[in-house]
Design a protein around this ligand. Structure first.
Ligand SMILES: Cc1cc2nc3c(=O)[nH]c(=O)nc-3n(C[C@H](O)[C@H](O)[C@H](O)COP(=O)(O)O)c2cc1C
Length: 483
């Protein structure tokens, strides 16, 4: 049976939370008291190249599955970006994943960047900036990027329930999960080069739309991330570390040539584990690796025991980023498709997930520890940490301690941004925290899009809670339970 874990909402105060961490030997830093005003660690400015970012709060990219069929934003998209702006975060990491071409969309509602959507993307950015100014009085120190993606193995450009994978190699576990036959074609080197060109063409559009940087996405199982684990691929983009990072180097070179003023950032799944699945009691278990060792289909995993991270290649990757003058790095892990407990620890699994095989706090602690190790090795990079939302009301105490003690430069906020965007701004501005707005990680923001519905905070945000999509979502969840 899945094990019950401590319900954080049931802990009386931060002292009880600190005691729980100590008793369970979970290494997460946590302050006893919050500091507001200019002395708040969260309010400290940060130099990124010649730019000063106004505080340490980052809005992670959070897709809404709510664009038009031709890849443009809708009212829901504008509303989400407005809330990102009003959150007070001074570093907006991409807004959301935006596909560089139609066949690389993760769903038919993902935004697409091209000449056709330039004006809309520019309006999205302006909406965010205006909301930010209204919330905090000025856009000084506000940096806004756009996350560029190709969904690779997880492409579903035409129908939410019709996968049209673009794979770089055959994966012994993921292929069978996705019903990919052994003779399914892998992308050719020529096709990868076309995608590289799409990335730097997209960057030109992003610069024209006023964005300060683009993120060349290398996380969560999508194309950039899959390239890093293409050990078994032949040709220019597989095998050696040099080949597996050729995509990054060529995209970066193309962007530098075409848009010299645009900064480049990378979001990275810095470690991974093998894919997990539901067992008969719905708990998550690792897929068998019998006959698959050494494991040659992962990045940042120990090939002899792929349940464990191995940071030697991620460290080489960060050295490469430094060489390429890419200073902004957002550290994430794994994938929401095949090991969500690693990537976004949660109290309740999404519809395609499984009950947590570990205390979700262990998942938070793992991402924090690895982010800290990487930050220590690369003090000159600006490092953003992920996976804080599970901490719920204790997020601000942990965020403050993590920044104060140098575990990370900035704290990225994902799911909490959908539920309670101004949580950390409230700390800086000395306002009482609103417990009723705290994200409880029900995973409806993931379950809804798995059913072809827009993402959003269905339990807490009235805009979604009272929408027709909420009724649909309830039906889907009941059907799932009855299965
Ligand atoms: C609904 C939803 C949408 C997301 N969209 C993106 C995305 O577009 N790009 C990305 O890199 N990560 C995306 N993520 C991952 C988050 O940015 C973040 O890494 C993750 O939720 C863990 O952080 P948290 O604990 O603060 O939620 C998404 C996550 C969720 C739940």
């Amino acid at each position: 049976m899945p094990q019950p874990f401590c319900t954080l909402g049931g802990l009386r105060d931060v002292e009880s939370f600190r005691r729980y961490l100590a008793e369970h030997r979970i290494d997460i830093p946590c302050d006893e008291e919050l500091i507001s005003g200019a002395a708040s660690p969260l309010a400290q400015p940060l130099d990124v190249g010649r730019t000063k970012v106004g505080n340490r709060i980052v809005a992670h990219p959070m897709e809404g599955w709510d664009g038009t069929r031709d890849g443009r934003p809708t009212e829901l998209t504008f509303r989400r970006w407005e809330r990102f702006g009003a959150s007070g975060a001074k570093l907006i990491w991409g807004g959301e994943a935006v596909a560089v071409r139609h066949d690389g969309r993760a769903n038919p509602n993902q935004l697409v960047i091209n000449d056709h959507s330039r004006v809309d993307l520019s309006r999205l950015r302006e909406t965010l900036v205006a909301a930010h100014k209204r919330a905090v009085g000025s856009d000084a120190g506000l940096i806004v990027g756009l996350q560029l993606t190709h969904s690779g193995r997880y492409s579903r450009p035409n129908a939410h329930d019709r996968p049209e994978p673009k794979i770089l190699y055959h994966h012994p576990i993921l292929d069978s999960r996705l019903n990919i036959p052994t003779d399914y074609p892998v992308l050719t080197d020529h096709q990868v080069k076309e995608i590289i060109e799409d990335f730097y063409k997209a960057a030109v559009v992003a610069a024209q739309a006023g964005f300060d940087f683009v993120d060349i996405k290398h996380c969560h199982g999508y194309l950039g991330h899959e390239l890093l684990s293409a050990h078994t691929r032949a040709g220019e983009f597989g095998g050696s570390f040099e080949n597996r990072t050729r995509f990054l180097r060529e995209v970066a070179a193309g962007i530098r040539a075409a848009s010299p003023s645009l900064s480049i950032a990378v979001r990275l799944s810095a470690f991974d584990t093998i894919p997990f699945r539901k067992d008969s009691s719905a708990e998550g278990v690792a897929e068998s690796t019998d006959g698959l060792l050494p494991f040659r289909w992962g990045f940042g995993v120990n090939a002899e025991n792929p349940l464990e991270p191995d940071l030697s290649e991620p460290i080489k990757f960060l050295s490469l980023l430094r060489e390429l003058d890419v200073q902004l790095v957002n550290i994430s892990a794994g994938s929401p498709y095949y090991n969500p407990h690693i990537q976004r620890p949660a109290s309740y699994p999404p519809s395609d997930g499984y009950s947590a095989p570990e205390d979700p706090l262990m998942g938070v602690a793992r991402q924090m520890r690895i982010t800290r190790e990487l930050k220590q090795q690369f003090p000159e990079l600006v490092v953003i940490g992920s996976a804080y939302s599970y901490l719920q009301e204790f997020l601000p105490y942990v965020a403050q301690a993590a920044i104060r003690e140098g575990w990370t430069d900035c704290v990225g906020v994902g799911r909490m941004m959908l539920a309670y965007p101004s949580l950390l701004l409230d700390v800086i501005q000395g306002r009482t925290l609103q417990r009723k707005l705290v994200c409880r990680t029900f995973s409806d923001c993931t379950t809804a899009p798995r059913a072809g519905l827009p993402s959003g905070c269905y339990p807490l945000d009235p805009h979604y809670k009272n929408s027709p999509s909420a009724t649909e979502l309830k039906k889907v969840k009941t059907q799932d339970k009855d299965k």
